[in-house]
Design a protein. Structure first.
Length: 451
């Protein structure tokens, strides 16, 4: 280990003395100079003084313009403004900061970075990168969310906080990248390409916190714009504050004003979903109740109609008609018998009056024939009525469901709803059905069904 021999030093400076002499040296050699550059990080506190940085692509210098000097200006400078200033080079002794004390400031037109921004925006617009026809829709319920941002910035904490509050069940993959500096654009392009190669997520948030145009410049690079454009995964940009716009915002599928707003857009609100699901549940219950009521009314109507057309009812009607026909036949038979008896009595009286034996025998023979004919007629009529009854009963038996069951068919009924099955779509695996057979019934458990 080596040590320094302080006794050999010619003179030891204090920090304040070094800063003071450095300030005097600068002020003596740069009494009044003109400097051109772009304003960045402009601040105007209540003291009335202005503080800002004057920058170009590779360097910047801190500037201060005190209230007596800036009161003479007809405008207030803004970030990105290209200006020419006159001032004195100095050094702020308290912090040892090299600075330019501005005495006069002139607007030299739009800044170089702003010109580059507008030129690139115009070129990419002509190339179609901003065309809404190529914008991809965000998934309504993402399965996984990718976040491309700095892992140490405030943006990632804001995004994760919002995602946890709104829809905490969605997994998140962070693709860490630089978001500022010369290597940031290449880092961002690599992160987008890696996310597309892996296909781990179905939506990407590209984000960083606010800053000046120079701070956000990596999101204005052409390579970043084309990486966003060629991404197969939808990308939401949440870069800077609401007033900040970058090229990435115009190319992205959706632009959010802030990183937190991007998180709001990418997932639904679980509370709103719960309310919506509750409303849908109530609507579904109401519709099911209406459908159940309609089905019950239809079942009642079918039951009533079935009762009206039931074979037993038709058989009863046929039996009534047969009884009526039988009663009519007996009545006609009795009427015919009485009429014949009356004629016989008339003939008998005539015979007694005439007393011819052969006439009596002839009439007796005719009477016997008439009785036999009547008997045959009655028997024939009875046979015809019985045959009609047998034919009608056979037809009824053919139409009877019991006959169908005897041929090997069965009637399937869903046990839990007590409805007759007409389609396989009425049952699911695990349901119980009852099969009505010709003799008895069985209960079955559904293991598989096809439609």
């Amino acid at each position: 280990m080596t040590t320094l021999d302080i006794s050999q030093a010619n003179e030891i400076y204090s920090v304040s003395r070094l800063n003071r002499e450095a300030r005097l040296l600068l002020e003596e050699n740069f009494l009044s100079i003109w400097v051109e550059g772009e304003i960045s990080n402009f601040a105007a506190p209540q003291s009335g003084h202005w503080y800002f940085s004057l920058k170009e692509a590779a360097a910047q210098i801190r500037c201060a313009m005190f209230k007596p000097q800036n009161r003479r200006l007809a405008f207030i400078p803004e970030d990105g403004m290209h200006v020419i200033v006159k001032g004195r080079v100095s050094l702020y002794e308290g912090r040892g900061d090299f600075q330019l004390l501005v005495e006069h400031l002139e607007d030299a037109g739009i800044g170089k970075l702003q010109k580059e921004f507008e030129a690139l925006k115009k070129r990419l617009l002509a190339a179609g990168l901003f065309d809404t026809a190529y914008k991809k829709k965000l998934p309504p319920f993402p399965q996984c969310i990718g976040i491309i941002t700095s892992p140490t910035g405030a943006a990632i904490h804001d995004i994760l906080h919002v995602l946890k509050r709104r829809f905490s069940c969605v997994p998140v993959i962070i693709y860490p990248t630089l978001v500022q500096g010369e290597l940031a654009a290449v880092n961002i392009v690599n992160a987008i390409q890696i996310a597309n190669q892996r296909q781990e997520c179905d939506v990407i948030i590209l984000a960083r916190g606010g800053g000046s145009l120079e701070d956000l410049w990596s999101f204005n690079e052409e390579k970043v714009a084309y990486a966003i454009y060629h991404s197969t995964i939808p990308i939401i940009s949440g870069i800077g504050h609401e007033i900040d716009f970058t090229i990435a915002d115009f190319v992205a599928d959706v632009r959010a004003p802030t990183p937190s707003a991007a998180a709001e857009l990418v997932v639904p609100d679980k509370n709103e979903l719960a309310i919506s699901l509750n409303q849908l549940e109530k609507q579904m219950i109401r519709l099911l109740q209406q459908k159940l009521l309609q089905s019950q009314q239809h079942l009642d109507w079918i039951t009533q109609k079935l009762q009206q057309q039931h074979p037993q009812r038709q058989l009863t009607e046929q039996a009534k008609q047969l009884n009526l026909a039988q009663s009519t036949l007996i009545r006609l038979q009795l009427q015919l018998f009485n009429e014949t008896k009356r004629k016989l009595q008339t003939y008998h009286a005539s015979l007694i009056g005439l007393t011819p034996r052969h006439r009596i025998r002839d009439l007796q023979h005719q009477c016997h024939l008439q009785q036999q004919r009547l008997k045959n007629h009655v028997l024939n009529e009875l046979q015809q009525q019985q045959q009609s009854f047998i034919t009608a009963a056979a037809k009824l038996d053919i139409l009877s469901p019991l006959t169908t069951l005897k041929r090997g068919f069965s009637i399937a009924t869903l046990v839990k709803e007590n409805v007759i099955l007409r389609s396989a779509s009425q049952v699911t695996s695990g349901d119980k059905i009852k099969l009505q057979l010709s003799e008895g019934s069985v209960t079955c458990l559904i293991e598989e069904h096809r439609q």
